[in-house]
Design a protein around this ligand. Structure first.
Ligand code: BGC
Length: 333
């Protein structure tokens, strides 16, 4: 069983409302979630000696989350990841989104789901947040009602997403927590062993849009089907880091996605999902300029994200919507 407590986290400027913090606690985990962006602000877990550390990057105060920052812990929507040139067609009509990561639209636009206040509802073992995204918000068609539910059961934190649209619109929701199992504020994630259950991945162009090919991981740096130690692996393959969608093997039922083991602390993160993809991002754009919790600075590769989601730019890539080329490769659209 988990307990849930509720407190004020901060006030939004110009009478924008009160941001609350919900603390979910079980015998194994403590997680703090705020109503601004449904953001996970802390996740505390013990190491093998029983010493607790917070393993997600973030800020101690609301101001941190209101500044320009890379989506620490937030829910991303309407569409996580990139939409090429911020343009897509639904039912023959063309829509244009703000280009907030040249030359594409990233993570829902200028004011995505991470930058709004949600309405909370306390549950016996968690918290549910809801909001209505109005028709035309950030350029997307139709009204969208959204519910995000966090529940805690022992060592398992479940994030459940539900959305109801008034007309056809792309939706791709995820959580953007950055983990460092050595404890947030540790300088890098190189000692983490990573496994991702994917036979294929999506190669991208220089703007990080998938080129339409579903490539086998076999014999490449993207073969993470057996655990690899991240630091050594990046060095061996001369990689700047990962920022790629891995195509998961599982069905629409909840299936195993990834495992990250930090041998020094004994902490393990396992990810399960109902989604067909996971964006593995190794904090390549972190640059040490943000002031994090407990005086932490977050340099490049000091946290990783495993963003379970639909494949990036699926709204523009017909085959990605239908899974037609899941097991093939070298098909250029
Ligand atoms: C993307 C990165 C992006 C980051 C934002 C990730 O989900 O894949 O390319 O820079 O979010 O901080």
């Amino acid at each position: 069983m988990a307990s849930v407590t509720r407190a004020v986290f901060g006030e939004l400027p110009s009478g924008g409302g009160t941001v609350e913090k919900f603390q979910l606690q079980s015998d194994l985990l403590r997680v703090d979630i705020i109503s601004w962006g449904c953001t996970i602000t802390a996740l505390e877990v013990k190491d093998r000696q029983g010493r607790a550390s917070d393993v997600v990057l973030g800020f101690a105060e609301l101001e941190g989350y209101l500044q320009k920052q890379p989506y620490f812990g937030a829910v991303i929507g309407r569409v996580a990841n990139r939409i090429a040139k911020g343009t897509f067609k639904v039912d023959g009509k063309e829509y244009h989104l703000a280009i907030n990561k040249e030359p594409n639209s990233l993570h829902g636009g200028v004011r995505g789901f991470d930058k709004v206040l949600w309405t909370p509802w306390v549950l016996s073992n968690g918290v549910q947040f809801s909001r209505v995204s109005p028709d035309g918000e950030e350029g997307y068609p139709g009204e969208l009602k959204v519910w995000v539910t966090y529940t805690l059961d022992g060592g398992e934190l479940v994030v459940n997403y539900r959305a109801q649209a008034s007309q056809a619109t792309p939706v791709n929701l995820t959580n953007h927590s950055y983990f460092n199992l050595a404890g947030q504020g540790s300088p890098n994630i190189y000692g983490h062993e990573v496994t991702i259950e994917a036979d294929t991945y999506l190669p991208v162009d220089e703007t990080l849009i998938p080129i339409g090919e579903v490539a086998p991981v076999q014999g490449t740096a993207f073969d993470l089907r057996k655990p690899v130690e991240l630091g050594k692996h990046l060095q061996d393959f001369q990689l700047n880091g990962f920022d790629h969608n891995f195509c998961l093997k599982g069905s629409k039922e909840k299936h195993f996605c990834a495992r990250v083991h930090h041998a020094a602390s004994g902490r393990v993160l396992e990810v399960y999902t109902t989604q067909p993809g996971v964006q593995f991002y190794t904090g390549n754009f972190l640059d040490g300029t943000l002031k994090g919790k407990n005086g932490a600075v977050y340099p490049k590769h000091s946290g990783f994200c495993l963003e379970t989601q639909n494949w990036p730019d699926a709204v523009n890539q017909f085959c990605f919507q239908h899974g037609i080329i899941w097991r093939t490769h070298r098909i250029l659209l």
